[in-house]
Write a protein that binds this ligand. Structure first.
Ligand code: 5GP
Length: 115
């Protein structure tokens, strides 16, 4: 698997500017170039390149990342107005960073048409 800045975040070699959540298995932090008023990325600490590379044994972490997105949305006050949870997969899916990451985006209506 190709190295990336997110892999460095996951290994603790670099620290994202704004960490929103961390435990033994995942890290959540603000996107450096937000596409919405709230734009958080959640990555697993176990290296996984993308949804396309996911094994059945790794599927549990993905459901817990989605659950964490729901909790963060509640904490940040965007749960009632709604939000997007998404994974970009591969070149045609718009994935630029080759390390599994969940996008949590919300906070207004105006950004959606740009995605
Ligand atoms: P992708 O297109 O791969 O699904 O999304 C990658 C996301 O990572 C983009 O929204 C981009 O702004 C964000 N990003 C890229 N490099 C960094 C970084 O060094 N720090 C943070 N916090 N976000 C990054």
């Amino acid at each position: 698997m190709e190295d990336s800045i997110f892999a460095q975040f996951a290994r603790g070699e670099l620290r994202p500017d704004k960490v929103r959540f961390e435990n033994d298995e995942m890290l959540a932090f603000d996107d450096i170039n937000p596409a919405a008023p709230v734009h958080i990325l959640i990555i697993p600490k176990e290296p996984i390149a993308s949804v396309a590379e996911l094994t059945e044994a790794q599927a549990g972490i993905v459901s817990r990342m989605v659950y964490r997105a729901k909790l963060l949305a509640e904490e940040l006050g965007i749960a009632e107005s709604g939000y997007r949870v998404s994974f970009n997969v591969g070149k045609d899916g718009g994935q630029i960073v080759p390390y599994l990451h969940l996008h949590l985006m919300g906070g207004s209506h105006s950004w959606r048409d740009r995605q």
